[in-house]
Design a protein around this ligand. Structure first.
Ligand SMILES: O=C(O)CCC(=O)C(=O)O
Ligand SMILES: [Fe+2]
Length: 239
């Protein structure tokens, strides 16, 4: 597909999935570095309140901030940059590279938007790279509701129930998913030994750096920097 078609598909659906963008050798190398860093039973760093309410069990790692340069190659990939340019426009900003690790038997991530959709123009772009196959056996499939980047705030409701129109994505090793931060999305429970994804987050020019500090779940808004539940949505009428 041409860059314009990919861009249009992204803006129609609020996400885009592309297989075989990255070579197996590079993916294996990064996956090994990730496993070396985490081991198989790392501790969660979030508060118990967050883990209970958000029903989200993911441990982040920011390898570039620790001088692990092996992750730079993905970021410099010409196709990824050309496509990001087409989607976000010139002057877009890279934010950070965040690896997300979940261990066997954990819940994945509840439905959420990475940042509040109050202003449709203020959003992040997830550029997710998968260094392993995400299959039904492994669990941890990424679920999205197409077109919801235009539908405002995610409705109050069951944090991990099924949503009408949801699409289950099964990225493979080397797949890239581009995902608008306002698109309603979640990650299914982990059945295999572990599940990882690596997110090269970016945003349009002029987006505040802390745009993803507040995350919107179906039961609350949560501020990560202060570990604070800033809005309890369970007492609100369904919207
Ligand atoms: O790991 C994934 O597939 C999606 C993670 C996610 O919710 C995000 O990067 O914002
Ligand atoms: Fe997310």
């Amino acid at each position: 597909m041409k860059i314009e078609e990919l861009r249009n598909s992204f803006w129609d659906n609020g996400f885009l999935i592309m297989e075989d963008v990255f070579e197996t050798g590079l993916m294996d190398n990064l996956n090994n570095l990730i496993l070396e860093h985490f081991g198989m039973s790392p501790e969660f760093r979030h508060t118990d309140e967050f883990l209970g309410k958000a029903q989200t069990e993911v441990i982040p790692w920011f390898p570039q901030q620790e001088g692990v340069h092996a992750f730079d190659e993905v970021e410099a990939h010409p196709f990824l940059n050309t496509l990001t340019n087409a989607i976000l426009g010139e002057g877009w900003q890279k934010q950070y590279c965040m690896v997300m690790f979940s261990k066997e038997g954990t819940r994945g991530q509840a439905w959420h938007q990475d940042c509040p959709p109050d202003d449709p123009n203020q959003h992040n772009l997830n550029r997710l790279v998968y260094t392993m196959d995400i299959t039904p056996e492994v669990g941890g499939q990424t679920v999205v509701v197409p077109g919801t980047h235009r539908r405002g705030v995610i409705p109050v409701g069951e944090p991990d129930g099924e949503m009408e129109g949801q699409v289950v994505l099964e990225p493979k090793k080397g797949t890239v998913i581009l995902l608008h931060g306002h698109t309603w999305h979640r990650v299914l429970p982990i059945k295999g030994q572990y599940r990882v994804s690596t997110n090269y987050r970016s945003a349009p020019q002029g987006t505040p750096e802390d745009i993803t500090d507040v995350c919107v779940y179906r039961n609350m808004r949560y501020r990560f920097s202060t570990s604070e539940l800033i809005e309890d949505r369970t007492t609100m009428n369904a919207d």
